[in-house]
Design a protein around this ligand. Structure first.
Ligand SMILES: [Mn+2]
Length: 317
């Protein structure tokens, strides 16, 4: 039902601006690449504004539309924000978004702030890629490149079809994408199993100092840990999920110290609403997976978050 409005809105523009959240993950990248490829099929020129991301995503088509030039002179006729809960999460692309004449917000975060002219937000969808599929399948013949990008987004945001956000519809869409020629074994191996040497080393540091207290599994990485290992924010995938998989853990907390004294908190849960917890720190996300960035001392911020999580578990018993 949004197809018509999108088709009408892109009719008179050539450049289609597309962006997702900062520190882009598989869904941010997959949804942007898939959407960009769909726009290219409509003879439009996609312009993806995106932070640096892990090189492993270079096996996907769509990356050729990532723009690496100066942002200051861009004045979009239309801007699609994908997999992004609020405008701050657009990072550098936020200033470009604000200049756009027409804006769309296509997402699946329940914390989404409905910040665009048109908001297509489905909190029940597994991923932004799933929402993008629902939209573009209405007006584009999905080929194997588009299918591979969207499949990657679904695959990574569902943790390999394991998380509770994986619905019957998710599998149905995944099946349709597979029918378009997705090399599922290759994508599973690339995105769910493979890690770099640096990722393995920083994983070991983080897991080596993990604790499990009153149902909360937690750990942290300091700026020094990151500097010594040469790891970046892109190398930390999977750590918080691994914490939650610890027997006896109901909640997981992973704190990392970033530049300028910013502490990034990641929360995961089997049941308890951690979107609420993240919102106490000015963040958000999903009920079972959320995050926040705060300024402060890592030990203090972590102690604060830990206390909130432990209290939450106690109150629910
Ligand atoms: Mn997502």
């Amino acid at each position: 039902m949004y197809e018509n409005s999108i088709l009408k809105d892109i009719e008179n523009v050539q450049n289609i601006y597309i962006a997702a959240h900062i520190n882009p993950d598989g869904d941010a990248i997959g949804s942007c690449f898939g959407f960009a490829l769909a726009m290219a099929k409509l003879k439009k020129t996609p312009v993806i504004l995106m932070d640096s991301y892990s090189e492993k995503f270079n096996i996907l088509k769509g990356r050729e539309y990532v723009y690496r030039g100066d942002h200051s002179k861009l004045a979009p006729g239309i801007f699609f924000a994908l997999d992004c809960g609020d405008t701050d999460r657009l990072g550098e692309a936020k200033s470009v978004f604000e200049k756009a004449e027409m804006t769309y917000n296509i997402d699946h975060h329940i914390s989404n702030t409905y910040f665009a002219c048109n908001n297509i937000v489905n909190g029940d969808a597994s991923s932004a890629s799933e929402v993008v599929y629902e939209i573009i399948s209405g007006f584009v013949d999905i080929d194997s490149d588009i299918a591979s990008a969207l499949y990657t987004g679904i695959l990574t945001d569902t943790g390999g079809f394991k998380h509770s956000c994986t619905s019957e519809r998710t599998h149905e869409i995944a099946g349709r994408l597979v029918a378009k020629g997705v090399d599922t074994a290759r994508l599973h191996s690339k995105f769910m199993l493979e890690h770099t040497f640096t990722e393995a080393k920083i994983f070991a540091t983080a897991i080596g100092r993990m604790s499990l207290e009153e149902g909360v599994a937690y750990t942290y990485l300091t700026k020094e840990d990151m500097d010594i290992s040469g790891a970046t924010a892109n190398d930390l995938d999977g750590i918080v999920a691994y914490l939650l998989n610890t027997e006896g853990a109901e909640l997981a907390l992973f704190a990392t110290e970033r530049d300028n004294g910013i502490i990034k908190l990641s929360f995961r849960s089997n049941e308890t609403d951690v979107n609420e917890v993240a919102s106490l720190f000015g963040g958000g996300g999903h009920k079972l997976a959320s995050g926040a960035s705060v300024k402060g001392d890592i030990k203090e911020v972590m102690a604060q978050a830990l206390k909130i999580l432990k209290d939450k578990i106690k109150n629910e018993q």
